[in-house]
Design a protein around this ligand. Sequence first.
Ligand code: SF4
Length: 589
Amino acid sequence: MNLYMGKMLVVDLSAKTVTTEPLRADWAREYWGAWGLALRYYTDAVSPEVDPLAPENVVVLMTAPLCGTLVPLASRMCLVSKSPHTGTIFESNVGGSFGPELKYAGYDGIIIKGRAEAPVFLKIDDDLVTIECAEHMTGQGIFETEKLMEAAMGAHGAKTLAIGPAAENMISYSMIGSESYRQFGRGGTGALFGSKNLKGVVCRGTGGVAVADMAKFLERTDHYTRNDLLCDDNLWAKTDGTPILVEVTNEMGIHPTRNYTKGFNGRKETLNSDAIQAAKLGNRACASCPMACGKFTRVNSAEIEGPEYETLCLGGSNCEIHDLEAVIRFNRLCDDLGLDTMTCGSTISLAMEMTENGVHNFNLRFGQVDEYLKVVYEIATLSTERGRDLAKGAKHLADKYGATDLSMEVKGLEMPAYEPRGNFGMGIAYATSERGACHLRAFPIFATDPHDIDALVTEVVNAQNANSIKWSLGFCDFWGTINTSIEADLMSTGLGEPVSAEELDQAGERIWNLSRLFNLATGFTAADDTLPKKIMERPLEAGPHEGRVFSRADLSRALQSYYELRDWSARGIPSSRKLATLGLDKTTL
Ligand code: SF4
């Protein structure tokens, strides 16, 4: 089977069994891979009411069709399940090399069911797949766990997924690490592994991925690499990486500072791309990527791959921590203990504001480094009362202490580092994302008019559809100029059968609507398509958008327009006409 391995690995941790089943070729033609295909498998496997941390829940890991080929920036793989942090459907994806390795071992994806009686890890050595004891790894951080699993494989260079103590404690925003510094970062993916007593997965594969016409495939890959990927619009990833956004977002006035009180950080020079370049040791790339956007940095004895923009802002500016060494230490703690830096930083900044406003004293203050670093360990290990409080995330913290006007989340997921009062498009993207506040579904920060609601709604809908298929084909976000025509050409050449841009466009819309159906079936409604009170009621301080709010009336108008454009009812429910067009009319969840 060209591009696909044609086989899924099915691991039942309760029954202690490992089996394989043929890949559903009919689903692959409608959902293509990674996000879409994992979503199709997941929605078939569970009831929407499932408790995310119960043995009945399932975790689907899925590679993409171009993953493991020489197509650049196409090696990302996805995890789909129900989030223990938000209760929504959740897709998270990771770069690096685990996806290609899994395909070289012979599998398109892994379906993980049940719960092991005691800690285990999964060892995949081509056809030989075993469930191994991981009791000696209990309590170990991600870095050490990956080394132990690699040693157990007895092969240097085996690829790993691992959790740390935060996930063993089932903290709802714990993550799964891969190759030390890459993560299935958001939504509590780590807690899903933790709930299954699964400490990690180690994989070694010695096979390859077949393509229909190798010479033509290489020619098309080379053509798009030279003529589309390696252009000025994308090369920032190679030269600067995401830290370039520190200057960009400050200039736009959308750089969250002091728990989203200001849209501008007056001390940004300590955290910007120049600061990262000055601390840079080298670059790091995912499989088959010429961009190598990862930057290894060191300040004094603090070392990390990163920090990426979201961490620089949410763990830096938004906590008013202007010390790059401190942000690197924060980043490293999160990466090793297994916490999502975005939710962790955002929850700490909320606790800082609550302390300074006299709501509750967490002994956390803006700009105060020692306690900021101490509390990360307390969260991951649940070792203090404030650690246990902050371990539940911003929504729970604000609800418990009556500070809902300060909490910055949508559907329970803490907001990314782009201020919606300065760009309404980001607000529309956060309010309508299936997994809560997310910048990876639509990213309209470069819109001509950041407050033109009608234009921004159209841009958000188009981007959500395009990104749904882009993630499903395994492409990295940083190939920003790719489109479904390029994707269709590469897929056609690799598969050896025609694939049209139109069917990929439709697949993107299908994935978005199926996600919506799942969330509706779990009990989410249009009322959950909203924004934090602070965004709607409290004027932004500092920067070019000082004094702005994204009012309830503006949001309501945006949502009405959004639902109409999607052919959803005024209550945000997809019409039967739309579902029939997408082949979802027979879908029962
Ligand atoms: S641009 Fe960066 S994140 Fe994307 S594939 Fe390349 S190295 Fe990985």
